[in-house]
Design a protein around this ligand. Structure first.
Ligand code: ADP
Length: 488
């Protein structure tokens, strides 16, 4: 029975991919490019050198033959050949023709005014008529040297004129082979070809080596990137030199650091969330357990404990609400409902709402609204963001302190400044306050009831509005937050 081996088309694909994978490599592409770039100009150079040499030698040979044929034509005129000449004169001319023919290695033919061959050093064409254009031209008075394309023989023709009447009575033709020129040119051509091939090979080898050196760091980069893709985020590449590849490696290192930071902060965030959510729960557990353990407690105590439990539940709710707000702001598909908003009124309303909180601590709220400002914002989100800033300015203020809110704008941006005379933020903490759950003083800030998420929400909201926020603060003297929001 016959046995067949079936190769499925998919397998062919694999075989072809393996076989021709190298074609797609940068090294191969560079190699081919450099080889072509060196081969083509060298090739053109060789061809042009060959053509110039050929033209030069052939031209030289033609001029020489023309000189010789002219001498011979003069000589023929003197002997009176083709007219009346003595037998001796004819004999003398014949031997002269034979000798010259031998000396310069040329065939010599003499034709009369009708183109009939009267003398031929090869003796084969005597009596035949020559109808070659150049010979006919010579019989009309135009002497030329020429070479028929494809043949290795050049000819020179000179007219013979009657020395008295100046009438053309015939022509003399010299023909000689230029094979020797082509033999020399062939050797030049061979040497040029060797030069082209050798140079191309050397360029090929050199570019193979150089592209290898250039591509090595890219390969390393690729390897490391694959590792990062697999989840090993702590990858760094050794940066050598300052070229583009070094810059790429540097950029990769930064990216990988950033990725690690993001990963760490994500883990930290999850840990913080768990911790923050656990704290009120632990308090609730402790409070309810102590209620259970104590028998027959006065009603007052029950009420006290239950109030504490309620405030812990409120806190838990507050954290969850803030977290949900942040998660919403983080979503990629988050859309803001932009509306043309009269910011003066928005801030006025916030201040009205926070007035009781300020009053509790006897803090003055000053509103400096410098001009009418309309901006395209998501009013609900911006209200929350600005409220957080003003709430903080009240919370982290001193008794009898002042909170000043300034609203101003230029042609492009609205500026909202929230200034307080409070406790301030230490310089080394200032860049961290926008981080999630970050609180400068954990114990004290917890007493003020913050979740550590307020500024993160504000920051994120301002970024979503393409704006910016910065903080200027001095410990013990107060803080100023400046928010910039583009008007359009
Ligand atoms: P919280 O809910 O704890 O107020 P925030 O994210 O709003 O959280 O603020 C983070 C931390 O930044 C606060 O815990 C506080 O330590 C500090 N902070 C924010 N605003 C001010 C301010 N106006 N003055 C002093 N410290 C501030």
């Amino acid at each position: 029975m016959n046995q067949f081996i079936f190769i499925q088309s998919g397998e062919w694909d694999i075989i072809l991919t393996i076989k021709f994978k190298w074609i797609h490599s940068l090294r191969w592409k560079l190699l081919v490019t450099y080889m072509v770039l060196s081969f083509l100009p060298l090739m053109f150079f060789s061809i042009s050198v060959y053509n110039t040499l050929e033209k030069h030698y052939i031209q030289e040979r033609k001029a020489e033959l023309q000189r010789q044929v002219n001498i011979m034509a003069g000589h023929i005129v003197v002997t009176g050949y083709l007219k009346e000449s003595t037998i001796e004169q004819k004999q003398l001319l014949y031997s002269d023709i034979q000798q010259t023919s031998k000396e310069i290695g040329a065939r010599i033919m003499i034709v009369d005014s009708k183109g009939i061959v009267k003398n031929d050093s090869n003796k084969v064409d005597i009596g035949k008529t020559i109808v070659q254009k150049e010979v006919l031209d010579a019989l009309q008075g135009t002497d030329t040297a020429y070479k028929q394309p494809g043949s290795d023989i050049i000819h020179a023709v000179a007219s013979i004129k009657d020395d008295k009447t100046q009438e053309i009575i015939g022509a003399v033709i010299f023909s000689t082979s230029v094979e020797d020129i082509y033999i020399s040119l062939k050797s030049v051509q061979k040497q040029l070809s060797i030069l082209v091939i050798l140079t191309t090979l050397i360029v090929g080898l050199f570019s193979f080596y150089v592209s290898g050196v250039l591509i090595r760091p890219l390969k390393e980069l690729l390897q490391v990137m694959k590792k990062v893709t697999e989840g090993h985020l702590d990858q760094q590449i050794k940066v050598k030199g300052k070229d583009e590849i070094a810059q790429l490696s540097l950029a990769f290192n930064h990216m990988s650091e950033r990725l690690l930071e993001v990963d760490n902060s994500r883990q930290e965030f999850v840990a913080n969330v768990s911790h923050e959510l656990k704290t009120p729960l632990s308090s609730i557990k402790v409070l309810s357990e102590s209620l259970l353990l104590q028998e027959s407690l006065p009603e007052e105590m029950y009420k006290d404990f239950l109030m504490d439990i309620t405030s812990e539940v409120d806190r838990e709710t507050e954290i969850i609400n803030d977290l949900l707000a942040l998660v919403k702001l983080d979503r990629k598909d988050m859309t803001l409902s932009f509306e043309n908003t009269y910011l003066n009124k928005t801030i006025q309303d916030i201040l009205k709402r926070l007035h009781p909180l300020a009053q509790q601590r006897n803090i003055d709220l000053i509103y400096d609204s410098r001009r009418d400002v309309y901006a395209r914002v998501d009013e609900m989100k911006i209200t929350l963001a600005i409220s957080n800033l003003i709430e903080n300015a009240i919370k982290y203020n001193k008794e009898n302190g002042i909170v000043t809110v300034i609203l101003d704008a230029d042609h492009q941006n609205a500026f909202i400044t929230v200034q307080d005379t409070g406790i301030g933020i230490p310089a080394e903490e200032q860049h961290k306050i926008f981080d999630r759950f970050y609180r400068v003083d954990k114990t004290r800030d917890r007493m003020t009831g913050g979740t550590g998420l307020g500024l993160s929400i504000t920051h994120r909201t301002i970024l979503l509005h393409q704006g910016s926020i910065k903080v200027i603060s001095e410990e013990g003297k107060g803080s100023t937050f400046v928010v910039r929001i583009p008007l359009h």
